[in-house]
Design a protein around this ligand. Structure first.
Ligand code: UDP
Length: 204
């Protein structure tokens, strides 16, 4: 997939439909490792300027989508225009739609206590029984980057026991990207997406 660099952050130049198609294919066919989707907005790209680890993580994402109109404008100024804005929220809804159609299971991680639970109930009403579990994003002993830490390991084990195909990680930036980087390959799932406040919106 063609990528365009904005402030040294490589972003896929895809339409919403093209991103959806690529996700659908990956979910159907599988592949090596876990497929990681990051959805930076302008603020996150700016944050990468001061956080080289975040930049390194986003740049090795399997798919990096421009969730911010500012990124589209910046790409036009560079005369390497991105096709369109593709938000984390819209991409997540597309993933839920594909999951409902194909019978994939989704795990929700993130949001304040009670929020992922409400989001799960709303998703069940709209998309059917595709949520296999959820966990709020303020778990005790949050040690992003300590895969050997007891609480971190317990969460990974619980997610794996529930056998999701897809994991939503909404811990805000840069926490969610770092969590995905440290723990992504310990998840027995096909695809993981860092999707910011998506779980909050789905709970409303
Ligand atoms: N969040 C979380 N754990 C944390 C920090 C944030 O689960 O330790 C959740 C927060 O409740 C919200 C989401 O991350 O649902 C996105 O947070 P925020 O709006 O700060 O980030 P953004 O989407 O702007 O990157």
């Amino acid at each position: 997939m063609n990528k365009i660099s904005i402030m040294d952050v490589s972003i896929n130049n895809v339409t919403k439909a093209e991103a959806g198609e690529k996700i659908r294919n990956r979910l159907e066919k599988g592949g090596d490792g876990i497929f990681t989707i990051f959805t930076p907005n302008t603020e996150i790209v700016m944050l990468c300027n001061d956080d080289s680890e975040l930049k390194r993580i986003i740049n090795k994402g399997s798919m990096v989508l421009p969730d911010g109109i500012g990124l589209i404008y910046a790409s036009r100024i560079k005369r390497l225009p991105l096709k369109e804005r593709v938000t984390g929220f819209d991409t997540s809804v597309e993933i839920l739609t594909i999951a409902a159609e194909k019978g994939y299971k989704v795990f929700l991680l993130g949001g304040a206590p009670g929020v992922a639970e409400k989001a799960s109930a709303n998703i069940r009403k709209k998309f059917g029984d595709i949520i296999c579990g959820y966990q709020h994003g303020y778990f005790k002993g949050q040690h992003i980057g300590h895969a050997d830490h007891q609480e971190e390991r317990a969460i990974i084990n619980r997610i794996n026991d529930l056998k999701p195909d897809i994991v939503f990680v909404g811990l805000g930036s840069p926490k969610q990207e770092k969590w995905i980087d440290y723990h992504g390959n310990n998840l027995n799932a096909n695809l993981v997406i860092g999707n910011g406040g998506t779980i909050d919106v789905l709970s409303g």
